[in-house]
Design a binder for this molecule. Structure first.
Ligand SMILES: *[C@@H]1O[C@H](CO)[C@@H](O)[C@H](O)[C@H]1NC(C)=O
Ligand SMILES: *[C@@H]1O[C@H](CO)[C@@H](O)[C@H](O)[C@H]1NC(C)=O
Ligand SMILES: *[C@@H]1O[C@H](CO)[C@@H](O)[C@H](O)[C@H]1NC(C)=O
Ligand SMILES: *[C@@H]1O[C@H](CO)[C@@H](O)[C@H](O)[C@H]1NC(C)=O
Ligand SMILES: *[C@@H]1O[C@H](CO)[C@@H](O)[C@H](O)[C@H]1NC(C)=O
Ligand SMILES: *[C@@H]1O[C@H](CO)[C@@H](O)[C@H](O)[C@H]1NC(C)=O
Length: 409
């Protein structure tokens, strides 16, 4: 126990003296001499009230022991909450990509924290694809895909032979790989850590309710929805980010295709949410200056509702039904998540402090953190310099030429 304390203090003081944090960040806020940054072992990220409150009043630890006001985070949730020993911190970002990105950036660049050894547990609810999983399930993603970062045509005006009004930026067909990349289209996190998190979560007994069970059963009449009709499990499958809260089988299928396209066939469209790519982009930029370790991120999404109706149900009935899996999904954030946190804390000295080595590519579509993405066109960095300065300029010209040619014919 005392060893724990010594190590913790060591990291905190080391952080102040360590030269690889840019001076502008270290000295931006003048701190008294006794100031030590908080260096949590696990930082839990929720997006709205119920996801945050899932962690309050629990027997394992008290994150409300230390409330820290952090400039730049959501006016609705202006404080980060930590245990008295700083081992576990929790923040509620506010919903949607902008809130998530700015909250996480503000924390990452705050001199109040030293996050270089911190594990980030994104822990929120999500829509779920009944072809892959079901309400109440707990999912851990390897890929996060920004599916709505595309061109969009209202489906009533789309070309007749298209199946969707969404098509990738810089492309002229829904099946073309995007040629105009913003860099946030796909993130890939540490698969070894994902597997460890799943093994910890599997020691939990998940919550379920009679309402969720009877709702699930309604999906059984459609063969492809068989996983949606089965009981909730803990599983690996990927997550789609969109600011627009979309619903329905057609958009679900379109974004399933987008997920597969953007990840070169590796990603499985499973859950839908409104923040993860934003949170990941904020962490990625902080990782690029050494402030966080991008290989210490876990994306856990518990399923609260189906992304599409069951056979013969109206689309609005499904969207507006309040008695799907919301209750169990909130319960399961805690029930599964606390096992992950305890696993990391208990194994800190012999396993997690040093980090879990990833065997897969970890990072974004640009290759910002180094390495070669296993999806997309490959790293844009050569000798540390980006070789693309302006977005897809060349590709845009090529697209225009193609459009001209096809209208000529
Ligand atoms: C921290 O804030 C919560 C409310 O957000 C409050 O219930 C709790 O008492 C506060 N803790 C301390 C130590 O003031
Ligand atoms: C969102 O993040 C996921 C993985 O976390 C990644 O697969 C996806 O490409 C990202 N999408 C965008 C648009 O950034
Ligand atoms: C699930 O949680 C609810 C409270 O949200 C509780 O009433 C119910 O008994 C729990 N069910 C199981 C199976 O744990
Ligand atoms: C998704 O892709 C499949 C296979 O290419 C295609 O049959 C289907 O129509 C596409 N769905 C949508 C909505 O784009
Ligand atoms: C859906 O409605 C159609 C037409 O009323 C009916 O033929 C079909 O059996 C229904 N399917 C299910 C699964 O209820
Ligand atoms: C991914 O697919 C695109 C489009 O087919 C291709 O250009 C790219 O080289 C592929 N990337 C990888 C890493 O295989």
């Amino acid at each position: 126990m005392s060893l724990f304390v010594v190590i913790t203090l060591y990291f905190c003081s080391w952080a102040l003296a360590f030269p690889d944090i840019p001076t502008s960040i270290r000295t931006r806020e003048e701190q008294p001499n006794t100031f030590r940054p908080i260096c949590p072992k696990v930082f839990v990220i929720g997006m709205f009230t119920d996801e945050g409150e899932a962690w309050y009043g629990i027997p394992e630890f008290n994150v409300l022991a230390n409330n820290i006001t952090v400039p730049g985070i959501s006016p609705l949730f202006p404080q980060v909450h930590c245990t008295s020993d700083d081992d576990v911190c929790q923040v509620t970002t506010g919903e949607g990509e902008i809130n998530a990105a700015i909250t996480i950036s503000s924390i990452a660049y705050s001199s109040l924290f030293d996050l270089r050894h911190t594990y980030f547990l994104i822990a929120g609810v999500a829509g779920v694809n009944p072809k892959v999983s079901t309400i109440g399930a707990v999912t851990f993603a390897r890929y996060a895909i920004q599916v709505s970062l595309q061109y969009e045509i209202d489906a009533r005006e789309k070309p007749q032979d298209w199946n969707t009004g969404y098509f990738p930026q810089g492309s002229s067909l829904p099946t073309d790989y995007p040629s105009e990349l913003y860099g946030t289209e796909v993130f890939e996190v540490n698969q070894q850590l994902q597997e460890i998190a799943i093994s910890f979560a599997q020691t939990a007994t998940l919550n379920d309710t009679a309402d969720a069970r009877s709702y699930r059963a309604l999906y059984a009449s459609t063969q492809s929805f068989a996983p949606g009709a089965q009981g909730p499990t803990i599983m690996a499958c990927d997550t789609a980010t969109s600011d627009a809260y979309f619903t329905g089988g057609l958009l679900g299928d379109a974004f399933e295709n987008t997920t597969s396209l953007f990840t070169n066939g590796s990603g499985v469209y499973c859950t839908t949410q409104q923040e993860d790519n934003a949170t990941l982009e904020a962490l990625l930029r902080a990782a690029a200056t050494g402030l966080v370790d991008f290989s210490r991120i876990i994306i856990m999404r518990t399923a609260s509702d189906f992304d599409r109706p069951y056979a013969n149900q109206s689309i609005l009935n499904n969207l507006l039904d309040e008695f799907q899996g919301f209750g169990p999904s909130i319960e399961n954030i805690y029930l599964a998540g606390v096992k992950v946190i305890e696993g990391i804390l208990h194994g800190w000295l012999n396993r997690f402090e040093a980090g879990i080595k990833a065997n897969n590519y970890v990072g974004d579509i640009f290759g910002t953190l180094g390495g070669t993405p296993d999806f997309g066109p490959g790293s844009i960095f050569v000798d540390g310099k980006a070789k693309v300065q302006k977005r897809g300029l060349r590709d845009k010209k090529r697209l225009r030429r193609r459009q001209t040619l096809s209208s000529d014919s």
